[in-house]
Write a protein that binds this ligand. Sequence first.
Ligand code: ACO
Ligand SMILES: O=CC(=O)O
Ligand code: MG
Length: 708
Amino acid sequence: MTDHVERAGLQVAAPLAELVEKELLTGGVTPQALWDGYAALLRELAPENRALLKRRDELQAQIDDWHRARRGQPHDAEAYRAFLREIGYLVDEPAPFTIGTSNVDPELAQVAGPQLVVPISNARFALNAANARWGSLYDALYGTDALPGKAAPGGYDAGRGAQVIAWARKHLDSVAPLDGASWADVTGMKAEGGRLVLTTGAGETGLADAAQFAGTSGEDVFLRVNGLLIRLKVDRSTVIGRDDKAGISDVILESALTAIQDFEDSVAAVDAEDKVANYRNWLGLMRGDLTDTFEKGGRQMTRRLAEDVAYTDPQGNEVTHPGRAVLLVRNVGHLMTTDAVMLDGQETPEGIMDALMTVAGAMHDLQARRNSRTGSIYVVKPKMHGPDEVAFAERLYAGVERILGLPANTVKLGVMDEERRTSANLSACLAQVKDRVVFINTGFLDRTGDEIHTSMEAGPVVPKGRMKDQPWLAAYEAGNVDTGLALELAGKGQIGKGMWAKPDDMADMLKAKIAHPQAGANTAWVPSPTAATLHATHYHQVSVHDVQEQLRSREKPSLDALLTPPLLGGANLSPDEVAYEIDNSCQSILGYVVRWVDQGIGCSKVPDYEDVALMEDRATLRISAQHLANWLKHGIITERQVQDSLARMAEKVDRQNAGDPLYQPMAPALDGPAFNAARDLILKGAEQPSGYTEPLLHAARRAAKAQA
Ligand SMILES: CC(=O)SCCNC(=O)CCNC(=O)[C@H](O)C(C)(C)COP(=O)(O)OP(=O)(O)OC[C@H]1O[C@@H](n2cnc3c(N)ncnc32)[C@H](O)[C@@H]1OP(=O)(O)O
Ligand SMILES: O=CC(=O)O
Ligand SMILES: [Mg+2]
């Protein structure tokens, strides 16, 4: 274990003490004030944190007993609802209130657009995410499967280029139409008398909606569609601009309005060294001086944060527009403890450490205001169960503000709606943070894991692929939007939707993810900058504001629908279906866990059973592990089948990773920390707290690090 030093009665890992004392603090906060405040906060809150986790376990035990006693009987929605109310899982609706969060940047409060998520552990990616505010539509279309076919290798493929240009022109015709002409006819563009004048073969024309003209920079033209900027880059010196009638060399979209720098499910951080490296990346982003030097395409390059974008508006004013996404930071949840800070010989809650360290780091931005122009600090809090846990978060961040001398509610909170007890009591949860909440996001991946775990004893659940058709999911997604609208979150923050987990499948994303703005969400998660740029086109097509206005009057989904467990019931599964499901889940569990445990990679593109690259993180792992644990418990599958599948799938995963020089094969030994963790996640899945994967993953990664 890392050396510890004593600070205000705490045992603090030496690298963390060094970070705090030499780099982290600003705004007149002294190390002594921080350590004193931290110790007092821990004495007050750590016991409460433990009590909240105990309460989770008690409720789960009562729910398990209820289901066991009714095994084989049909689901009785009324009795179940009454029972959940009696045990305190369901609480009363709060007294009427509305959300009162203020000082929120327009990227969260007013404009609808994509939200990118990125592991904080990778500086190169973290910088890229910040810079993903702007992305080339031409590149996003050219280099992915968004359009049929593929670019021919070696140099610019003019045929592919023509496809890209045609798509982009058609898109502009649909979202920024011209008066009686097509963008494909345009041969020149100029600003004249505050209007955009476009030359075509048939003469001059303008935008059908003149207000969509946002300005110019040199020959470049800026349009604004539903609040998002589109830059038509004009450069006849490039291969594309030279052959383009209007000289347009690229169409650059305002893409990731916001990005979440993630300390949670996409990273593998298990000790003080890992945490400090991650805090340092966040600090660099907040100071604005983070850089990363790496080799790409045989060339050494250094990545740094992008500059703002300047243009002249139609009235002739010089405008500076952000060049970077507004960054939020996702802290860990309430579950895990850390030995980076010990109190009275005990590990302390990691969430308390994250709160203090990430908010202290973000204070560097409060002067410069390069991230938040309104002087806010945006924290995302995951995996909270119900109003008491949200109230605890409120006290935690209020306590952090006091220690750091920040005005109340400087810290804004994004609440992940991703545990069932939160979805079922969402208004009561938000009442606890009503002046700080800045987003509610349906983290449907964790939510699916919790759905399975909560009803573990109720019976076997449907196959993973059928989860999305279950009543609870529709009620959850709609209920989140309806609650956000009813509490007047619109205009003050984000009503968000979940991740697109197939980073290589952009054609499908283009078709499917328009459903998110159409459902009234003013943001939704994407896994990469390219996906952000393509998803931005959906917000051009859909006015989320108009959708939200229409949704206000719809009937709220029923609580009973939300609480209907996704059970298989009498449905029969063929042996082939069962076998496929086991192999598919074992393969994805192994594929993810082996990189997590052996290499400390918390989020990766894992080739699935059919070699399709899927984004896997801890939430997708939680689903697969809980799913198999549930089928095992109810005899749909046997332990023997799981063991056999794990052995076969380990060989498959070894083959899929054969090209990675750092990879340690799991077969034939099948007894390394990674393989054992994967097996335990299934065989001991039912007894993991809320079905979480962190305890087993952390233990295995620490063992692997110790072995190395
Ligand atoms: C349930 C939940 O909690 S979901 C939230 C957790 N999930 C995430 O955070 C997903 C984030 N995404 C990722 O980590 C990555 O996209 C992965 C791991 C899925 C795929 O990574 P890779 O295989 O390396 O991606 P790929 O090779 O397609 O792209 C690499 C390029 O895209 C960039 N990139 C890819 N994803 C991201 C991202 N999320 N943010 C910033 N840049 C990114 C890389 O920086 C790289 O560009 P560069 O070479 O110029 O630096
Ligand atoms: O955090 C996101 C999720 O889907 O879980
Ligand atoms: Mg989650």
